[in-house]
Design a binder for this molecule. Structure first.
Ligand code: SAM
Length: 230
């Protein structure tokens, strides 16, 4: 059975999309997208042999070798010679997802939608999207097995972004759509984060006072202010 997290990711895949699932691991999402009738074809990319083998086994046992192409490759490399119009990158840290996008950005010319599911540090991805003319069109935050996950959905386009420029840093950090539509997962995540920041602040207070620490303290106190506003 598909996890709640991957089901929510799949909800953002447009009907009929040709999907590239980057870092597909066992290919659960790819198999679900085909079996549910949502997608006609999926490219499942993997950089590691082990997960690729398990993807292939899962695809074969479901009789889907003609509908899912499991390919070995780093990041967006596997999109070469494919007609993928929707890219999913799920279950990794935000910085790794941003690196995969940055390193493969010339392979995104045919791609219309990105569905990104960072486990941590989604702000890295929002920053990359903003700098590369991808417009955030939706966000989601959910809890499963006491982990909190974010899903970011983007389409090409500059112009009007959802980011309120007056508070750009806050929006990049907390998420413009998530801020507008707070749920219990959001509250939980940022309550935890606040406790972390408080702990770091206490540790910093005990250590010396060089310039670097001063900067860090300022950043943390800014973050606390944002969280207190919410
Ligand atoms: N996407 C699945 C999910 O959300 O359940 C699997 C997530 S799994 C934690 C991350 C997978 O990404 C691993 O199988 C890993 O081998 C793969 N991966 C990591 N870096 C990658 C890269 N640069 N290109 C392709 N796959 C990568």
């Amino acid at each position: 059975k598909l996890s709640k997290r991957l089901k929510k990711v799949s909800d953002h895949v447009p009907f009929g999309a040709i999907v590239g699932d980057i870092g597909s691991d066992h290919a659960y999402l790819a198999v679900y997208l085909i079996q549910s009738g949502k997608c006609p074809f999926v490219v499942a990319g993997e950089v590691n042999q082990g997960p690729l083998a398990s993807a292939k086994a899962h695809i074969r046992s479901n009789g889907l070798t003609d509908k899912i192409s499991a390919k070995l490759g780093n990041g967006l490399e596997v999109l070469e010679n494919e007609n993928v119009n929707t890219v999913v990158i799920a279950g990794m840290g935000g910085p790794l997802i941003a690196t995969i996008l940055e390193e493969g950005k010339e392979r995104l010319s045919l791609v219309e939608r990105l569905i990104l599911q960072p486990n941590v540090a989604a702000d890295h991805i929002r920053r990359w999207l903003l700098e590369n003319n991808w417009k955030l069109i939706d966000e989601e935050i959910l809890e499963e097995d006491s982990h909190v996950y974010e899903i970011l959905v983007a389409e090409k386009g500059s112009g009007l972004t959802p980011y309120d420029t007056e508070d750009l840093e806050k929006q990049l950090w907390l998420g413009p759509y998530l801020l507008k539509n707070k749920n219990t997962a959001f509250e939980k995540k940022w309550k935890r984060e606040r406790q972390q920041i408080e702990k770091i602040n206490q540790q910093l207070a005990l250590s010396g006072k060089n310039e670097l620490l001063k900067e860090k303290k300022q950043k943390l106190s800014q973050m606390m202010t944002w969280l207190e506003e919410e």
